[in-house]
Design a protein around this ligand. Structure first.
Ligand code: ATP
Ligand code: MG
Ligand code: FE
Length: 344
């Protein structure tokens, strides 16, 4: 079956077309440039941009895939979590298409889609697997027994998300928005051992209560204090070293806790997804350390890690393949949809 996926949870309007595990088209229009001068995504601006981009992006996807809308067998859409107004645009478009084409509608979870997207690159998901989901709004460790129905959170951030930490540190270093790619690039010419930044929730005492949880707000503050002290002393800030040392602290905790969770659950496959999974150090470190721990790592290519429509189509394809019940046509958008609700 040919599955169309629609993603509008944040600032990317994404349309994906997938058949089985085969990606036929992944068209993305981003309003990121419009938000850059505000240093964060402005919800109203994002909603309007989705409205403007929806039809052209849909047309572009069909053209790339060489299919007509009439060929689509099922329509999947991100029903949450995300910005309410932005989600509504995608959900309304999906309903219109499902009704117009007379095809089933599937409202799916954006976070599970960040996991399912890996099928487009590496084939069927190993289940159970352990998923490290790290993005702009979330940082969680998930046990995935069935990506269409059984996602179980083992831990999550107790304050900032990993991507949020990258964005905040980028801002205080005077780098661009969103910060992740800029920190990644700056770090390439810096030393990861130049500055010893704290590893959140890693002390023996914290591990007792928060073994699989994350905390990045203390790290962000530590970076801010370090930079301030430099500036006060009238010394230049070694941006590359700060970026590399900060990035090392984030990746170190993410990888260590992921491998600990996998091992403790007796799971041999670690999957990393979400925008931060595009980070070059995280990818390299995970591969390096996983081998020693006897764990296999799967990370989709960077372009599939950040928000896109292909991930929604990938999860939709999985849901169709497993014969799940379609959503009602009065499907709501749920801005705070929990990760455990994969299909609405
Ligand atoms: P969520 O998925 O939680 O709803 P989101 O959809 O905004 O949030 P994604 O698009 O999945 O998030 O990820 C965006 C985040 O990923 C941003 O915080 C961005 O800085 C971060 N990011 C992107 N590329 C990189 C990179 N190379 N290194 C580190 N972080 C990155
Ligand atoms: Mg984005
Ligand atoms: Fe996302």
């Amino acid at each position: 079956p040919l599955v169309l996926g629609i993603e509008t949870s944040c600032d990317e309007t994404g349309i994906g077309l997938v058949r089985g595990h085969t990606l036929l088209a992944d068209a993305v229009a981003s309003s990121v440039e419009e938000h850059a001068r505000f240093g964060g995504v402005v919800p109203e601006v994002a909603s309007r941009a989705h409205l403007e981009a929806m039809v052209p992006t849909l047309e572009r996807a069909c053209e790339t895939a060489g299919v007509r809308l009439a060929d689509v067998d099922a329509v999947a859409v991100t029903a949450g979590p995300g910005l309410a107004g932005a989600l509504l645009v995608g959900v309304a478009a999906a309903k219109a298409l499902a009704i117009g084409l007379g095809r089933p509608l599937y409202g799916v979870n954006h976070l599970a889609a960040h996991v399912a997207v890996d099928t487009l690159e590496h084939g069927a998901l190993p289940e159970p697997c352990l998923a490290l989901l790290v993005s702009g709004g979330h940082s969680s460790l998930l046990r995935v027994d069935d990506v269409t129905a059984g996602v179980d959170p083992l831990g999550a951030t107790i304050d900032d998300a990993a991507g949020e930490a990258f964005d905040k540190v980028a801002r205080l270093l005077g780098l661009g928005f969103p910060g992740g790619p800029f920190v990644d690039r700056a770090a390439a010419s810096g030393s990861s051992v130049a500055i010893q930044f704290p590893r959140g929730l890693s002390s023996r005492r914290d591990l007792e209560r928060h073994r699989f949880d994350f905390s990045f707000s203390g790290l962000k503050t530590a970076v801010a204090r370090w930079v301030e002290a430099r500036e006060r002393a009238g010394e230049p800030v070694p941006v590359a070293d700060v970026a590399a040392s900060f990035q090392e602290a984030v990746c170190d905790v993410l990888v260590r806790k992921s491998l600990d969770a996998a091992t403790s659950q007796g799971i041999e496959d670690l999957l990393i997804g979400g925008g931060v999974a595009a980070n070059s150090r995280l990818r390299a470190m995970a591969v390096e350390r996983a081998e020693a721990a006897g764990v296999r790592v799967r990370v989709p290519r960077p372009g599939l890690c950040t928000d896109n429509g292909a991930m929604v189509a990938a999860l939709g394809s999985e849901v169709v393949r497993r014969g799940r019940t379609p959503s009602d046509l009065d499907l709501p958008a749920d801005s705070s949809l929990p990760v455990t609700d994969v299909l609405l």
